[in-house]
Design a protein around this ligand. Structure first.
Ligand SMILES: [Zn+2]
Length: 455
């Protein structure tokens, strides 16, 4: 590709997967013009107007041209936090925002051209979205929810009750119907694309988090109605059976996790058109990397949930509930730029989806989470943004290729090749982590007359 010239567009010649579940076109061409896809079709049918030298020809034998990945669940403001304390208490908000734009480039360099941010600390995600959209920094196109609305029974109210709710928490405590309405209106004023609710607790935080619901059905309905009245998507963190059922029944658009969904929950999802984003890579990664399901009591709790999800969610999918892939990137087991296509592999290996169905769940199927520009992303189609991946090989045969950016020849966002230079390594500052200043408990060793570190 010639350098230092600005072509009218590109003429990419290879095999094309368009983001639907249609089989690949084997000898196809995608023409880009400015930030948009101008034409897609079989190469022999390329109109004369696109054969001009103004379009830089890139011949891509053995390569697949497909939509850029869409990650349905990220937390760009979380900074790879290891705990609620790190997230809620440490790192000044200004530093979080700068770190988030630095991390956003890594997400884009993994082939993710659009990402849904499912809860932010402060209003960092809105600013990251806008800073990228305004052209200051490189990163995916974001759609963002604000801080998730929680009750005392939801995720995020995780500190002792005598403490004030920390302002850095990725949630906000709402104690009445009035506070629910006020919070939704405030977040809409502050520029969210979606409202997110913490509908259940979380097995990451509490081992008894597989039952119950953080809000009543009437409260879910109030949240859904007010969010929709203000033109926003309505989303919920719901791991438990009751939270999934009530949020789906109330008309929420997106259910995150849904691991313990039952037949009633599936029926409400179908009736109200809810989408499920399982977001299993976090639990699966922790279990796999720390010695398996029996290695720790926490892993056993995680495995209970993973088993339930692998039983219930394929059933929901076969019944007709759409699945979208999400990574949960932003927590420390899911560092930015590494795991954004992991759930596609889980869908194929454990849910029985075909690779094409999994790719759909990570491209066009995920576009529905983006009210902002959902009709312009997720598909290789004339008129949509030229957000494209060029993959060496056939991800429709081996979906794990999408987890290996070294197999990508190009990533295009808005018709321009993405700079692939990795960010320079950085030093971690002391204020980003727990302030752990003593390293344990020392027992007096009477024989040796010295202290001995015991835990
Ligand atoms: Zn999350």
């Amino acid at each position: 590709m010639p350098e230092n010239t600005v072509p009218r567009g590109y003429r990419l010649q290879g095999r094309v997967l368009d983001g639907t579940v249609s089989a690949a076109r084997e000898r196809a061409t995608v023409v880009t013009e400015g930030d948009t896809i101008a034409w897609v079709g079989d190469t022999f049918a390329l109109p004369a107007e696109f054969q001009s030298h103004a379009y830089t020809l890139v011949d891509l034998p053995g390569r697949t041209i497909m939509p850029g990945l869409v990650d349905g669940h990220t937390h760009i403001s979380f900074g790879e936090a290891r705990s609620e304390e790190e997230l809620a208490l440490y790192t000044p908000v200004e530093f979080r925002a700068l770190k988030a734009v630095w991390n956003a480039k890594k997400v884009l360099q993994a082939g993710v051209t659009s990402a849904f941010d499912a809860a932010t600390t402060y209003n960092v995600a809105q600013s990251v979205r806008d800073a990228i959209d305004s052209g200051m920094f490189e990163g995916p196109r974001f759609a963002v929810s604000g801080r998730q609305l929680t009750s005392h029974q939801g995720l995020e109210d995780s500190f002792p009750s005598e403490m004030q709710f920390p302002p850095g928490q990725a949630g906000v405590l709402v104690k009445s119907r009035d506070e629910i309405v006020e919070q939704i209106r405030l977040q809409v004023k502050d520029g969210v694309d979606a409202i997110k609710v913490s509908g259940s607790n979380d097995s990451l935080v509490s081992s008894d988090a597989i039952d119950g619901s953080a809000f009543t059905f009437d409260e879910y309905r109030l949240i859904a109605d007010e969010s929709h009245r203000l033109g926003r998507l309505c989303t919920v963190h719901a791991r438990t059976r009751d939270a999934v059922r009530d949020a789906a029944k109330a008309g929420f658009d997106v259910i995150f996790h849904a691991s313990f969904i039952d037949d009633e929950g599936i029926a409400w999802c179908l009736r109200n058109g809810c989408v499920i984003v399982p977001t299993l890579p976090l639990l699966v990664n922790v279990i796999e990397a720390t010695g398996g399901p029996g290695a720790t009591p926490m892993n056993a709790v995680f495995q209970t949930e993973v088993d339930a999800a692998m039983r219930n969610l394929p059933r929901a999918y076969r019944a007709g509930v759409p699945l979208v892939q999400g990574s949960e990137s932003g927590w420390s087991p899911i560092p930015y730029g590494h795991w954004h296509a992991r759930e596609m592999e889980i869908f194929v290996r454990h849910f029985g989806l075909s690779p094409l169905e999994a790719i759909h769940a990570g491209t066009l199927g995920a576009a529905r989470l983006f009210k902002r520009f959902g009709d312009r992303i997720g598909k290789v189609e004339a008129g949509r943004f030229a957000d494209l991946l060029v993959v060496n090989g056939a991800p429709d045969r081996d979906v794990t290729l999408l987890q290996k950016p070294q197999h990508f020849d190009f990533i295009f966002k808005g018709g321009r090749p993405v700079d692939r230079t990795p960010p320079a390594p950085r030093r971690q500052m002391g204020f980003e982590r727990h302030k752990m200043f003593l390293n344990g408990v020392y027992r007096y060793d009477a024989d040796r007359g010295v202290g001995q570190l015991v835990r």
